[in-house]
Design a protein around this ligand. Structure first.
Ligand SMILES: C[S@@+](CC[C@H](N)C(=O)[O-])C[C@H]1O[C@@H](n2cnc3c(N)ncnc32)[C@H](O)[C@@H]1O
Length: 256
């Protein structure tokens, strides 16, 4: 895809960060969303392989700071109330596999939101006692409170999802999440976390342009500020491979 925009920084072996206008952000988002929710060119075997791989993906070393963060928040919960979390874009419950292992908690309430049917079906097969909603970002924003049985949730969590979504929609996801919880933990690209690259315009980076993977780097601090949340901490996550997912971290925001 040809991208027109203003180069900000990066390049060489790593990502180039580029400021783009809203129509360009719309086109990129449409292409990325189609990749994740359509997968029309993939065989049944390939889809099965992808689904099974997500049952194990969160055991990877790069997720250790994320596991630690979730363990700490769980330890800090009100013993009188069951721990509850929303996992937005949670694949087939990839993080829930790990949490079941590391947290002995029978009362745990987990709500998966994901737009990809094979993920939702696999999750329902594995965890029939938990809740799943098949919805993409735009559908999640429109869900009314009745869909969220355990609100207010102790936590809204989302890992490796927001950089797939354009800024105007991520702002609205955070606004909707803020109506359901006081604590939000995201795992995402952090190069523009405080608006370092741009506070107003969409910023993209060419993660793997040959494979059509061009992603967004968000000014999360600005989005949180708009809904009365502040970032409490951020820990960088190690890259999965030497050149992959540099500039990523786990961060925790809370209502002021
Ligand atoms: C890189 S995977 C991360 C999965 C999981 N959170 C994890 O860390 O293991 C991205 C996930 O986001 C979901 N996703 C992609 N585009 C989305 C969109 N526009 N709205 C909501 N979810 C989306 C995909 O279905 C997929 O499960």
């Amino acid at each position: 895809m040809e991208i027109s925009g203003t180069f900000i920084e990066g390049g060489g072996e790593h990502h180039r960060y580029i400021r783009v206008d809203e129509p360009t952000a719309d086109d990129i988002y449409a292409a990325v969303k189609d990749f994740w929710t359509g997968r029309e060119n993939q065989t049944t075997e390939k889809i099965k392989e992808v689904v099974l791989s997500y049952r194990k993906s969160n055991y990877h070393d790069s997720m250790e700071p994320v596991r630690n963060k979730l363990r700490d928040i769980h330890a800090d919960c009100d013993p009188e109330r069951p721990f509850s979390m929303i996992d937005f874009g949670g694949a087939n419950g990839s993080v829930f596999y790990v949490l079941k292992d590391i947290l002995p908690d029978e009362a745990f309430r987990y709500l998966l939101i994901d737009p990809y049917t094979p993920f939702i079906e696999d999750f329902r097969k594995s965890f029939a006692d938990q809740q799943a909603i098949e919805a993409d970002a735009e559908q999640f924003i429109e869900l009314d409170d009745a869909a969220f049985e355990d609100r207010p949730y102790r936590l809204f969590f989302s890992a490796h999802v927001m950089y797939l979504i354009k800024p105007s929609i991520v702002r609205r996801i955070i606004e909707r999440a803020a109506g359901l919880t006081d604590d939000i933990v995201l795992v995402d690209n952090v190069k523009n976390l405080h608006g370092e690259l741009d506070k107003e315009n969409p910023v993209i980076f060419d993660y793997y342009p040959e494979g059509g993977q061009i992603y967004f780097s968000h000014n999360f601090e600005g989005y949180f500020d708009d809904v009365g949340f502040e970032i409490l901490d951020m820990t960088l996550t190690p890259p999965r491979k030497a050149e992959m997912k540099l500039g990523y971290g786990v961060f925790h925001a809370r209502r002021r």
